[in-house]
Design a protein around this ligand. Structure first.
Ligand SMILES: Nc1ncnc2c1ncn2[C@@H]1O[C@H](COP(=O)(O)OP(=O)(O)OP(=O)(O)O)[C@@H](O)[C@H]1O
Ligand SMILES: [Mg+2]
Length: 444
């Protein structure tokens, strides 16, 4: 405000000085009536008040006069200054309004003749300044309102429905284990991808929960069946419900077999859970695969011949080596050969060892009952059995192949099943050699 006021005072001062100088220069004869017209004209145009005084300071004429100015014309000191030919510039207040006074001597050939005094009021300027202040205050208020509105909008966007809903859903998932909940919010921004992540998390947890529930109900079922047998036959033996000693031995043998079955199931489950949690370490070494296959053949020959099956081994002249965990690889082959014997009634079982380019291939083939194409994708799931009653009668629980798959994958291998109903099944394992793995890692 001060700045604007100072500026306008300076401007007005310059203007008044110029104006009074011009007038004083033009007017020499104070009695000329044209002087009055000129003065009136000038004061109207510049919105100033003017008075012309004679040498003694007596008022000769005035234009555009305001009452406030009556006793403000000139002091005797100022009249003296004018007589000396000096210009007077003075600022004063009267009745609350600020004025600028400029007095200029009128000089003719004989010396100082009189003077012209111009007055200009700053009332208008201070009005404008007040208007400006009013506008500034209004604009500040507007800015504050806008800022509040914007903050409100942002906090609503961040705090409102989607985020609050997400918080609720996350709490329900964590506290109530309600994994079927989803956040219903789709957008291509950060909040949208957060919603997507929460939904993905609850889907994964839901799947995990279903799997776990199925797993427990399967285990319970698997344990219940043999226990029912054990209990039933133990009861029969205790109450001597057998005809003769042979029948008693038969009952006891069933009890023995069923407890073996439970024990096998426990071992398999322990294995599977350790493998799936990544808790087993592989003790890898160079294994002579030809030798491993020969041992396998010898071990299963007895069970095969019991069922009237023949066992064959196909392997190359040279020795095939694979860098692997011997006992785990043995476990894989045992499971596959056991399946082949278990699900084959007549014919033969062939074990093949091959080297194909840089892969080591081990194949177990049988001439058994075969597997329907639609069942093949599920074979490696825990507890999956194609024919439950038949498999159980053979002592199977459906864990073997899922253990096999996990172990093969831990060795970076792959597994492939080909089968035809009543013709037989071939399961092929393919392991990359270390050399090949290094090559793949380098070329990646
Ligand atoms: N060689 C095969 N011929 C026909 N069916 C097979 C063969 N191998 C596996 N299957 C089918 O796949 C199912 C799953 O096999 P898997 O080895 O996982 O379980 P299992 O043999 O029933 O029980 P276990 O856990 O004792 O091995 C079997 O129940 C059987 O129906
Ligand atoms: Mg099996």
């Amino acid at each position: 405000m001060q700045l604007i006021l100072n500026y306008s005072i300076n401007q007005t001062e310059t203007q008044l000085v110029q104006l009074s100088e011009k007038y004083a220069n033009q007017v020499t004869d104070l009695d000329d009536s044209e002087n009055l017209q000129l003065l009136e004209h000038l004061t109207e145009m510049t919105d100033t008040s003017a008075v012309i005084l004679d040498q003694e300071g007596t008022k000769l004429l005035q234009t555009n006069w305001q009452e406030d100015l009556t006793d403000k014309t000139l002091t005797s000191n100022e009249i003296m200054q004018l007589k000396r030919g000096e210009t007077i510039v003075k600022e004063f207040t009267s009745n609350g309004s600020t004025y600028l006074k400029v007095a200029q001597p009128i000089i003719n050939q004989n010396g100082t003749n009189g003077s012209v005094v111009l007055f200009s009021s700053f009332g208008l300027i201070s009005n404008s300044i007040h208007n400006i202040i009013f506008l500034v205050i209004l604009a500040s208020l507007g800015a504050v309102v806008l800022a509040i509105g914007f903050t409100f909008f942002i906090s609503k966007k961040l705090g409102a429905p989607p985020l609050i809903e997400m918080e609720k859903v996350a709490k329900q998932i964590a506290e109530k284990k309600n994994f079927s909940l989803r956040v219903d919010y789709k957008a291509n921004d950060e909040i949208g991808s957060l919603a997507h992540a929460i939904n993905h998390l609850s889907e994964t947890l839901e799947r995990y929960q279903t799997n776990r529930n199925e797993f427990f109900s399967n285990i319970t079922h698997e344990l219940k069946t043999p226990l029912t047998y054990v209990k039933g036959y133990a009861n029969a033996v205790r109450h001597e419900m057998y005809q003769n000693k042979e029948e008693k031995d038969e009952f006891l043998e069933i009890i023995e077999n069923e407890t073996d079955h439970i024990s096998d199931l426990m071992d398999d489950l322990m294995d599977l859970s350790k493998i799936e949690e990544g808790k087993i370490d592989l003790n890898k070494e160079d294994i002579n695969i030809n030798k491993l296959a020969e041992e396998m053949l010898k071990r299963s020959q007895f069970r095969a011949s019991e069922k009237g099956l023949t066992m064959h081994l196909n392997q190359p002249e040279n020795t095939v080596y694979l860098f692997a965990d011997k006992s785990r690889l043995d476990q894989v082959l045992t499971n596959l050969v056991e399946n082949a014997v278990r699900y084959t009634e007549k014919g033969k079982i062939t074990l093949t060892v091959q080297e194909e380019r840089k892969d080591v291939i081990i194949r177990v083939e049988d001439t058994g009952i075969g597997i329907k194409q639609e069942d093949i994708p599920y074979l490696f799931e825990r507890f999956y059995r194609v024919d439950k009653s038949r498999s159980r009668a053979n002592g199977g629980t459906g864990l073997g192949l899922s253990i096999v798959k996990n172990l093969v994958e831990m060795h970076d291998g792959s597994i492939q099943v080909e089968s035809e109903i009543d013709k037989g099944t071939a399961i092929t394992l393919r392991f990359p050699t270390e050399e090949e793995k290094q090559y793949n890692a380098l070329s990646r």
